[in-house]
Design a binder for this molecule. Structure first.
Ligand SMILES: C[S@@+](CC[C@H](N)C(=O)[O-])C[C@H]1O[C@@H](n2cnc3c(N)ncnc32)[C@H](O)[C@@H]1O
Length: 277
């Protein structure tokens, strides 16, 4: 029998989380990282709001907008700056508290997208979910959005996704997925149009991807990662070694410590048909 040559010593394997946090745990995890979320998460570029106006068929200025899963108010502030009359909807106490501090003049209700506390004739022009619709049950949240929209109003869903066409960002996502069981399990952005068509409500979503970047200090980038629901759910102790290894890996790519985050901004816009109730 051939003998195996001696193997070189293997580097220690990173810890692998074998029990991934479930959907409900992840959906509720943000409250633990609300302050970090508010400071480290990216916003959304003007091109997003231009695309929403184009696909919704009306300007945001003067539009009655429901921002569902509003979190700390990142999209709330940008929609308001475009002249929209925004009402924020957020189930999480700490996230809602941060929104109230950042946008004291914005009406805020504590609720989930599956049960919007508004009457049938609320007649919003736009129901928006920024980085939040994947936490809802589409079979309930889509009919709820249609119910409170005016006929011809629009449901807009969008997500900043790490740009898969940018090598370092794709490698980082692959690295995290190898190390963290279930890390990508709840990403639904590219499937949103099919999920909505599949509800059998006669809906015909439009879909766009917009590419954009922002340059931030490495610490902000790591805080952004740490504000993702997965890291929030596993807690700071389990997150720390993963983020430390990301720091090392990213200093190879960005030796000056300024990270150019690259996003594929995924947008799905669905118009409420005149016949929907
Ligand atoms: C990733 S944050 C997005 C926050 C904000 N829209 C933004 O653009 O930064 C997701 C938010 O969705 C909220 N959320 C979780 N489950 C939800 C549900 N069923 N309906 C509405 N929002 C929900 C969370 O509390 C959290 O604030």
């Amino acid at each position: 029998m051939p003998t195996q040559p001696p193997q070189p010593p293997q580097p220690p394997q990173p810890p692998v989380s074998s029990q991934p946090p479930g959907h409900r745990t992840l959906a509720r995890a943000f409250d633990a990282v609300a302050a970090q979320y508010a400071t480290a998460r990216p916003g959304y570029p003007p091109a997003l709001f231009d695309a929403i106006e184009e696909l919704a068929g009306r300007p945001l200025a003067g539009a009655r907008v429901l921002d569902v899963g509003a979190g700390t108010g990142i999209a709330t502030g940008l929609l308001t700056a475009r002249g929209a009359q925004v009402t924020a909807v957020e189930p999480g106490a700490a996230m809602a508290g941060a929104l109230r501090t950042a946008h004291p003049g914005t009406p805020l209700v504590r609720a989930a997208g599956e049960a919007l506390p508004f009457p049938d004739d609320a007649a919003f022009d736009l129901v928006g979910y920024a980085q939040a619709w994947h936490w809802t049950d589409p079979a309930r949240s889509v009919p709820e959005a249609l119910r409170v929209l005016r006929p011809g109003g629009a449901l807009a869903l969008w997500w900043n996704i790490p740009d898969p066409d940018v090598t370092w960002a794709a490698e980082q996502e692959a690295r995290l997925a190898r190390r963290l069981t279930g890390y990508h399990a709840h990403s639904v952005a590219p499937e949103a149009p099919d999920l909505i068509r599949g509800l059998g409500l006669g809906l015909d979503p439009a879909y766009r991807i917009l590419h954009w970047t922002r340059r931030v200090p490495l610490d902000t980038h790591l805080a952004m990662l740490g504000s993702r629901s997965y890291f929030a759910a596993i807690g700071p102790e389990a997150a720390a070694p993963v983020l430390a290894d990301e720091r090392t890996a990213l200093l190879d790519v960005f030796p000056d410590g300024i990270v150019e985050e690259a996003y594929a901004l995924d947008l799905t816009v669905t118009i409420r048909p005149a016949a929907s109730s």
